[in-house]
Design a protein around this ligand. Structure first.
Ligand SMILES: Cc1cc2nc3c(=O)[nH]c(=O)nc-3n(C[C@H](O)[C@H](O)[C@H](O)COP(=O)(O)OP(=O)(O)OC[C@H]3O[C@@H](n4cnc5c(N)ncnc54)[C@H](O)[C@@H]3O)c2cc1C
Ligand code: FES
Length: 255
């Protein structure tokens, strides 16, 4: 079910490093939302920018939804200026979320940059289900690491300013190699190159893996085809409605 609603902002604040955290009151969307789904947010009432901006659902509570975002351009700059009490138009929940139906004991969460955002709602659900959680967070530097509220955290930064120096996928390889974590499932969100590397490691150790893809989106509802990705079976999928979460083995990576 998709709901287009005017949602009141409960807070919109700078959090650690380069991220902002916005909470909105949207009980009807929250009631139907699942980890891995996203919202399409109108960042301005002036009609500019025209297109809404997709944002993962970061945290879920009965009445509230949170997003964690990084200011990148026009839309996110406008979003950052909004204050508590103001209202924004939000469409959601959109897309298919993470699938946690299969039996597993350990969840390995891998987040790159703001790709950590949707993994928090998943983390909180898995915690309720008493799963063991290992959270691997990677970014270029420590300012882009967001780990608040996660358990079992290991950090990797490319410049070595926090945690292991290097790519988070090196840490993932080490964790998978230790073998003690089976049966495990990997859930990953981040840049395509990271997701491709995660998919390779998952394949190498034969661990089921789900990836949340990012794509430039127009409508967010399956109509405009601006978000298509290629699948290994030769078909195209729309990231907004067939994803954003896919089985890693389904995706034909670009590189
Ligand atoms: C399903 C989904 C979930 C997302 N979740 C989050 C999230 O939780 N937190 C977060 O900070 N961002 C998230 N994004 C990315 C976010 O939507 C873009 O950063 C945002 O739309 C940029 O808007 P802007 O107007 O500020 O930037 P623009 O001025 O439109 O563009 C600035 C730069 O960002 C790039 N860009 C714009 N939109 C996207 C996009 N959709 N994907 C990749 N690059 C883009 C442009 O190519 C350009 O280089 C998500 C995107 C998708 C598709
Ligand atoms: S964004 Fe329009 S079809 Fe996916």
């Amino acid at each position: 079910m998709r709901i287009d609603t005017n949602a009141r902002i409960i807070y919109n604040k700078q959090v650690s490093g380069e991220y902002r955290n916005m909470k909105i009151y949207a009980p009807r969307i929250a009631r139907h939302a699942r980890p891995g789904q996203f919202l399409n947010i109108q960042t301005s009432k002036t009609g500019r920018p025209l297109l809404r901006r997709p944002m993962s659902i970061h945290k879920l509570s009965p009445a509230g939804l949170e997003i964690l975002y990084k200011v990148r351009g026009t839309g996110t700059s406008l979003l950052a200026q909004l204050k508590k009490g103001m209202e924004i138009q939000v469409l959601g929940p959109l897309g298919k979320g993470f699938d946690i139906k299969a039996p597993f004991t350990t969840a390995i969460l891998v987040g790159g940059g703001y790709g950590i955002s949707p993994l928090k709602a998943l983390h909180d659900l898995l915690k309720k289900k008493r799963k063991k959680i290992i959270t691997l967070i990677g970014a270029k530097n420590s300012k882009l690491i967001y780990k608040k509220g996660f358990t079992g955290v290991k950090v990797a930064t490319e410049d070595g300013s926090s945690g292991t120096k290097g790519l988070v996928t090196r840490v993932l390889d080490r964790v998978c190699c230790s073998g003690a974590k089976h049966p495990a499932v990997i859930f990953a969100c981040g840049p395509d190159r990271m997701l491709e590397a995660v998919a390779k490691i998952a394949g190498k150790y034969n661990i089921p893996c789900q990836v949340s893809l990012e794509a430039l989106m127009g409508c967010g509802t399956g109509v405009c085809l601006s978000c298509v990705c290629k699948k290994k079976d030769g078909r195209q999928a729309r990231v907004c409605v067939d994803g954003p979460v896919f089985k890693a083995g389904e995706i034909e990576w670009k590189t």
